[in-house]
Design a protein around this ligand. Structure first.
Ligand SMILES: *[C@@H]1O[C@H](CO)[C@@H](O)[C@H](O)[C@H]1NC(C)=O
Length: 361
């Protein structure tokens, strides 16, 4: 979405201007409708709105689920920049989006009278090539090989997500209390921002071996049941392993698509960007996730963590429904990318139109 200034270059060269949007259609829809939403808002701030934003075919977007760029004062420079970008995006010759029609049925939909640029769903594009094997990968996968089918909870907040010290310790205790096996890609806590690993801390790049931020004795008490790995794990290989039973995720769009593609139901614990919108969509629309209950003061207790894990991991109607929905959604995602699938043909159409333009030049 920040690629819009490239329009000038495209114009100069006389080539069409396309955007590749790496988040879901729901966010793209919000972005493209922003000028209209803004005009309709009147006085007031988006963050104070009591009625949710309704976009065609999407789940209602409540103020508390909006991305932070939309929560900024409407008189601020940040917000003005976002609005200008949204207007530029509307002039694109086309937008490729990393989603698929069966996952987001409303992709491309606009309300009566509103004109959007052509939108092409070409996903889900996820990393499937096996990463170069290294020690860490070997350790994770050989540990998983020894665990029963669908018995392990995989926990990761992506390349950017961080929790506070208190929340990290509480998550550890929640995992322990759930009495389920787990594999946890852990990051050094950050008190200041839920995206600390993206925007703060250069020192995080280096792996620190102490993990003194975990509760006393946690590693010893969970030895054999849990595997804690610092900062990075081979996520798609883990999600594709048959020992994995669910994914505690920040709902970044890559992670969400990787979970769907590997048929792993999710416990949504969104942190920043559009992750709260993704979580709402996964729970309410596609029904392949449950959202973790954020208590008062935005602190999630060990009791709630253990409860959420049990809801997804233990036999019962809810767990079964989640399994069924994720199975169906996965099949549809495979279909979308097959030879005659809708994402494949959408991309083929775009390529065809590009070839025609080149011919005319
Ligand atoms: C999402 O996945 C792609 C493909 O593996 C990768 O290039 C990109 O950096 C990922 N994005 C984030 C935010 O991690």
């Amino acid at each position: 979405m920040i690629g819009t200034p490239a329009r000038v270059v495209a114009d100069k060269l006389g080539v069409p201007f396309y955007m590749f949007f790496t988040s879901p259609w729901m966010l793209l829809s919000l972005f493209l409708h922003l000028p209209a939403i803004d005009a309709a808002r009147g006085q007031g701030e988006h963050r104070d709105a009591t009625a949710p934003i309704l976009l065609p075919g999407c789940v209602p977007i409540h103020a508390h689920d909006l991305p932070s760029s939309m929560l900024a004062d409407r008189s601020s420079e940040t917000y003005a920049g976002l609005l200008a970008m949204a207007m530029d995006a509307a002039t694109a010759d086309g937008i490729l989006v990393n989603t698929f029609r069966e996952g987001e049925r409303a992709v491309g939909a606009a309300p009566e009278g509103v004109k959007l640029p052509p939108v092409h769903a070409v996903g889900p594009l996820v990393w499937t090539r096996r990463p170069v094997s290294d020690d860490r990968e070997h350790r994770c996968l050989s540990w998983l090989d020894q665990q029963p089918r669908r018995s392990v909870v995989y926990v990761s907040f992506g390349s950017g997500g961080t929790l506070t010290w208190q929340q990290t310790a509480e998550l550890a205790l929640g995992l322990e209390q759930s009495q389920h096996r787990f594999i946890w890609a852990i990051k050094r806590p950050d008190q200041d921002t839920p995206s600390g690993a993206f925007f703060g801390t250069a020192h995080q790049a280096k792996e620190d071996t102490t993990m003194e931020f975990l509760p006393n004795g946690f590693i010893e008490r969970t030895r054999g049941v849990g595997l804690v790995v610092q900062s990075w794990v081979p996520q798609t290989a883990i999600l594709g392993h048959m020992s994995i039973g669910c994914f505690v995720t920040h709902c970044g769009w890559n992670s969400t698509l990787e979970s769907v593609s590997n048929e792993v139901p999710m416990i949504a614990w969104p942190l920043y960007a559009e992750q709260k919108m993704n979580a709402a969509m996964m729970e309410v629309q596609t029904k392949v996730a449950i959202r973790i209950n954020v208590g008062s003061k935005r602190f999630i207790t060990k009791k709630e963590i253990a409860r959420a894990i049990k809801r997804v991991m233990e036999e019962g109607e809810e767990a079964e429904r989640l399994r069924q929905c994720i199975g169906e959604l996965k099949d549809k995602s495979v279909l979308a990318l097959s030879k005659d699938g809708c994402s494949t043909s959408a991309l083929a159409q775009v390529v065809h139109s590009w070839k025609c333009t080149v011919g005319k030049k």
